[in-house]
Write a protein that binds this ligand. Structure first.
Ligand SMILES: [Zn+2]
Ligand SMILES: [Zn+2]
Length: 328
């Protein structure tokens, strides 16, 4: 690390960054002996001495907070320049507040803004490492309510800047107000119940494959329920008990028929009612569907989720229209 810092000092910022292909730090910097350094670049170049080669810029992209966390673990000081962008779940909570306020922005001194600010501190999506002093403070939350309120179609004036996530979450709220309000309630309930403690590992890659209008927190919970082995086995037993097979309810794909012993007994379990509609509670076997991995992905890929029957209609329709589909 110190060698990397030394090299940085020798070459100067621009040369150092361009030599190793890093951009100027946007979110946080490393502070060493009163000077600031682009932390990702320093961490990447430090690998040259520890691992034999410099870690290219792209290698840090998988975990955006990785470099900061690593540097802190080594005892270095990392200063946050810019707080992380708001993620989907955070915007859901803000949007819900704006909606309950008649789609008007709220003031930083409003008690509800203060409460939301506290709640946002509990969400597990941004590690402590990347949170600056002003992370989701009252002013920041109030500003976000303005970003959302000024994007509402009824708003007459000019929209404040805001981001793509604001626009998309607002659209979900306008299209499905009750579901989204329910999603916000459930996110709050989960945070209150401490089911997603701060710093809980976020499986970003697998979560981002799914477009989840109800947010990542609820989606994660939904998938955990679907992976419940006991529940899955009860569903399988009940289907077999009635003389059924484990063929996909949507497309008819049968793992055992195709893969033989390797596929015997395999099928995925899909919870037909999204958590933000059903709420927590005991799962009824009738709410579960046995479907293949392909169809399961397709259901979760875009909101709102089609029911297995609806997805089946889609592929049957496409096949009769000349498309290919393995519907059995
Ligand atoms: Zn299928
Ligand atoms: Zn599912």
């Amino acid at each position: 690390m110190l060698k990397a810092i030394e090299e940085y000092d020798e070459l100067g910022r621009e040369v150092f960054l361009s030599r190793y292909g890093f951009d100027r730090a946007q979110s946080y910097v490393l502070v060493h002996e009163g000077r600031e350094y682009d932390s990702k670049a320093i961490a990447g170049v430090a690998h040259k001495w520890t691992q034999g080669r410099a870690l290219p810029a792209g290698d840090f992209s998988g975990g955006k907070d990785h470099a900061a966390a690593w540097l802190r673990s080594l005892g270095f000081t990392v200063k946050v320049l810019k707080n992380p962008d708001w993620v989907w779940d955070e915007v859901i909570l803000a949007c819900d507040l704006v909606a309950s306020n008649g789609w008007h922005e709220l003031d930083a001194n409003d008690q509800r803004v203060r409460e939301l600010s506290e709640l946002l501190q509990l969400l597990p999506f941004h590690g402590e490492d990347v949170r600056g002093e002003k992370f989701r403070n009252h002013n920041g939350v109030a500003r976000k309510t303005a970003d959302i309120a000024t994007r509402h179609p009824d708003y007459q004036g000019k929209a404040t800047k805001g981001g793509e996530t604001d626009r998309r979450v607002l659209r979900e709220f306008l299209e499905r107000p009750e579901e989204m309000a329910q999603a916000a309630r459930l996110i709050r309930a989960q945070l209150a119940a401490g089911q997603s403690p701060v710093g809980a590992p976020v499986d970003e890659e697998s979560e981002e494959e799914y477009e989840a209008p109800e947010g990542r927190l609820l989606m994660r919970r939904h998938r955990a329920r679907e992976r419940d082995r006991k529940l899955r086995q009860r569903k399988i037993d009940s289907v077999l008990g009635k003389g059924g097979t484990l063929a996909c309810e949507v497309c008819g794909f049968d793992y055992e028929a195709v893969y033989g012993d390797r596929g015997a007994g395999y099928v995925e379990c899909h919870h037909v009612v999204p958590l933000h509609v059903a709420g927590e509670g005991t799962t009824k076997l009738a709410d579960l569907a046995l479907i293949c991995a392909n169809c399961h992905r397709m259901i979760h890929r875009k909101a709102p989720w089609p029911t297995p029957a609806e997805l089946r209609e889609t592929i049957v329709g496409r096949r009769s229209a000349g498309g290919d589909g393995p519907v059995g």
